[in-house]
Every structure is written in structure tokens, then in C-alpha cells.
Design a binder for this molecule. Structure first.
Ligand SMILES: [Zn+2]
Length: 443
């Protein structure tokens, strides 16, 4: 039956699997709008409903690329309660804010334009008190309130960033799957949708964040503490924070500005709360995993540097300390995949599916691993389930086509390829899909 299998190598399958899924950015003209922060009229082509709708479509992909929400209800409730207190003091208190602590180990926080805000384990581990957390969430709320993403979309900057990002990833994937591309995308390609803010955006988000946190009752020096953490990490753990600097540059300037604000306009806020003990209590489960998280950070760095053997050593240490950690299991699966040990990769992804059954990323990679081993029906099952859970990734539809073709379910394969082409896909995958449809007489 070999002759009916898809005529592509495992390297090619891997290559396709990590190509960015570029979903076109849409907008309709809605003209000028009044900026909720400045009160001034500005060119705004994106409505509030569109901000929310874009957020709801795209943020689930990013949350999954970051290994999903931390499975600890206490901690989820805690982050959400700090966030919602702040949200009530913002310029847009009626936005549907949601706050998620996510499993990723690199240090970052980000906001989608409809109010979805996430913080990673990597950054939570670095903070010392609740006021610093409030500063971090306040800063992200600042981006949502000043409508920075919508403003960028209105000028086309976000669209350019998107296309540029996808092109760069495709280029780096080259003829085979590069570790960088794998890590960058988590196979899902949603990161490109996060806006690249300007320096002025960052300054404004800092100012708004400080305003919101002080109005909520937090000591303004929490912002100084946060800026000090970012500044310190840039020298101590540069690799962990790289991604944050791409969206959060200028650490020294921002630190000095925060210090000056505490000494001047916010000097009456000295007696306000830091809530150090409360933060430490709630973060205890994360701090208990510090060793594993740091080993994962090393593993992620080694994978990014195309050194899977070194990554494997770090990830083994992580799994020794935390054998049922979803992130460590998925990372190890990716690592073994890159080391061309698919059977072992399959074992890790399967285990990851067991420890966090609702989280889709492991299913996507399990599907890729099975596809590479010509286990087509099993692969299709994973991709189908993934799409049910997390619709909107054309890449998954293409991979369904490949799996169905391998399983000799030609009619269904043709339907998948057609659906993939309808999603506006281009590039070599689209070429392959079109060729198949022609060969089979559907086009
Ligand atoms: Zn920012």
C-alpha cells in the first residue's frame, strides 16, 4: 500500500507541520473613534466588537501555544481576582476581561485587544509581591485601554508584522523542521498575532498601569519592583526574557521613570499595600516547582539554539523533579521528535495528553508524530479532535488531508484539501493540495 501513501518524506511533513498558519487579518472601516484614554478622536478602523471577536478567535491559540492555563483553581482565581479589581478602575471597565496564568516557562505577559490577558509561570516566579503583579496586569490593561492593538491594525502595522513573522518562520524552517521553528510556533503560529507595540505604547501602558494599580490600593513602588525584575533578568537570564523584550523594550528607561513617579506624583501612595505574604502563599505551588521550571527554561533555550541533546539533559532533570508536568512532557516530545526518535516522542505526547486532556497542543504534536510513522488513522483522530477543540488553524486542516490520504480515504482527503484551499492558504502546502485535487479529478 506504500504507493498510495502521501508522496512526502517525514522531514517534509515536519516542515509543513511547523509552517505558520497565516489567517488573514480582516477589518471593515468604521472611521474615527474617540480614544477612551486620551478622549481625543483618532483614526480607528477597528470597532470594539471586532476587538473582542478577534481576541476570541486568536487568543485560544496563543494560550495553547503557551501550554494552556495552569491547572490550579486557587491560583486561577487569585490571578483573576487581582486582575478584575484593577479592570474595574480602568477607562474601559465594561470590556470582557479574562486573566490567565499559563504554563509557559519563558517570562512574559501579554494582552489581546478584547481583554484576554495572560501571565506565564516564568514571570510569576520572578515577582515578589501582589503590587508587582498588579503593576504587570495594570500595564497589560493599559495596552487594552489605550487600544494599542486596534490602533496598529488601523494603520496596517499589525498586518505587516504578521506577514513578516510568517515569512521569517517559513524561511527558518527551510527544507526540514528546524528546532527554532518548532519552538517558536509550538506548532500553532498564533504568536505572530500579538502586536509589536511602539516605545510610546509601552510608556503609555506603564503610566496607565501605575494609575490603575494605585487607584486599586496598591503601593506604586510595585511598579518599581516590576521594572527592577525586568532589568535584572535582562542581565541574569537574557534567553528567558528575550521574548519579553521584543514586546517590552527599554527596561532601564522604564525603571527610572517608575522611580521618579514614586518620588513625585505618587509620593502619597507610600502606605498602600504590597501584599507580599498573600502573593507568596498563592504562588507556593509554582515556587515549589522552581527547579523544574528552571530546567525547562534551559531546555527551551537549548532547543532554540538547535541543540536537542543538551535540551534532552535539561528536560530529563525537569521531568525528574516534576514527572507529570504537561509543559515538560510536551517539550521532551518535541525534543525527541527533533532527535528523530518518534516512538519515544509518541510516548511523551501521549503521556502529556493524559495529564492535561483538555489542552490541545499535545494532540497536534501527537498527530504529527503518528503521521511521520505512517499511522494515518491515529494521526487523523488527533488532528480532528484538535480542530474541534481549537478551530481556525488551516495547518491542521491540511494535516488532516495528509492523514486521510495516507489512510486511503480519498474522498475525505479531497474534502480536507478543498477546505484547506478555501481558507485562503498559499505556499507549498496549497500547491500540494491543489495538485492532489487535480490528480484525483476534483479540479
Ligand atoms: Zn507592553
Amino acid at each position: 500500500m506504500e504507493s498510495n501513501a502521501p508522496d512526502v518524506s517525514r522531514r517534509t511533513i515536519l516542515h509543513w507541520a511547523v509552517l505558520a498558519a497565516t489567517t488573514p487579518v480582516w477589518w471593515t472601516l468604521s472611521g474615527c473613534a474617540t480614544n477612551p484614554v486620551t478622549g481625543e478622536s483618532e483614526l480607528m478602523l477597528v470597532s470594539r466588537d471586532q476587538e473582542i471577536s478577534l481576541d476570541r478567535q486568536k487568543s485560544p491559540h496563543q494560550l495553547s501555544a503557551d501550554y494552556g492555563e495552569i491547572q490550579n483553581q486557587e491560583l486561577q482565581r487569585y490571578i483573576a481576582s487581582v486582575g478584575q479589581e484593577l479592570a474595574g478602575r480602568t477607562h474601559r471597565p465594561d470590556m470582557p476581561y479574562r486573566f490567565f496564568p499559563v504554563n509557559a516557562v519563558y517570562a512574559n505577559a501579554y494582552a489581546f485587544p478584547g481583554g484576554t490577558i495572560a501571565v506565564t509561570r516564568g514571570i510569576l516566579l520572578e515577582l515578589d509581591n501582589e503590587a508587582e503583579l498588579a503593576a504587570l496586569l495594570g500595564h497589560e490593561l493599559g495596552h487594552v485601554n489605550a487600544r494599542h492593538t486596534a490602533a496598529r491594525m488601523s494603520t496596517g502595522v499589525l498586518l505587516q508584522g504578521l506577514l513578516g513573522g510568517a515569512g521569517a518562520v517559513a524561511a527558518s524552517a527551510g527544507g526540514g523542521a528546524s528546532a527554532e521553528a518548532l519552538m517558536q510556533l509550538g506548532g500553532l503560529g498564533a504568536g505572530a498575532l500579538l502586536a509589536k507595540y511602539s516605545r510610546d505604547d509601552e510608556r503609555q501602558a506603564d503610566a496607565l498601569g501605575m494609575q490603575y494599580m494605585v487607584q486599586t490600593g496598591y503601593a506604586p513602588r510595585g511598579m518599581v519592583g516590576l521594572m527592577d525584575v525586568l532589568r535584572g533578568m535582562s542581565s541574569r537570564k537574557p534567553s528567558v526574557i528575550d521574548q519579553m523584550f521584543s514586546s517590552h523594550p527599554m527596561s532601564e528607561e522604564r525603571y527610572r521613570t517608575a522611580v521618579s513617579r514614586v518620588q513625585n506624583e505618587y509620593q502619597t501612595g507610600r502606605q498602600l499595600a504590597l501584599n507580599r505574604e498573600r502573593y507568596k502563599d498563592h504562588l507556593a505551588p509554582i515556587r515549589a516547582m522552581q527547579e523544574a521550571i528552571e530546567a525547562m527554561q534551559e531546555g527551551e533555550k537549548a532547543l532554540g539554539a538547535e541543540n536537542p541533546d543538551q535540551a534532552e539533559r535539561s528536560l530529563r532533570r525537569a521531568l525528574q523533579a516534576a514527572p507529570r508536568d504537561y509543559t515538560a512532557l510536551v517539550m521532551m516530545g518535541k525534543c525527541r521528535l527533533l532527535q528523530d526518535a518518534p516512538k519515544d516522542a509518541e510516548r511523551y505526547f501521549t503521556h502529556a495528553r493524559e495529564v492535561y486532556p483538555q489542552e490541545p497542543q499535545a494532540a497536534h504534536f501527537l498527530g504529527i508524530t503518528l503521521l511521520g510513522q505512517k499511522e494515518y488513522d491515529g494521526a487523523y483522530e488527533q488532528f480532528r479532535w484538535y480542530e474541534e477543540r481549537l478551530p481556525g488553524n488551516p495547518n491542521t486542516i491540511f494535516l488532516q488531508g495528509l492523514a486521510l490520504e495516507g489512510a486511503q480515504r480519498q474522498q475525505q482527503a479531497a474534502e480536507a484539501y478543498a477546505r484547506f484551499l478555501q481558507s485562503g492558504a498559499s505556499g507549498e502546502q496549497a500547491q500540494y493540495a491543489r495538485q492532489r485535487l487535480q490528480t484525483w479529478g476534483y479540479l
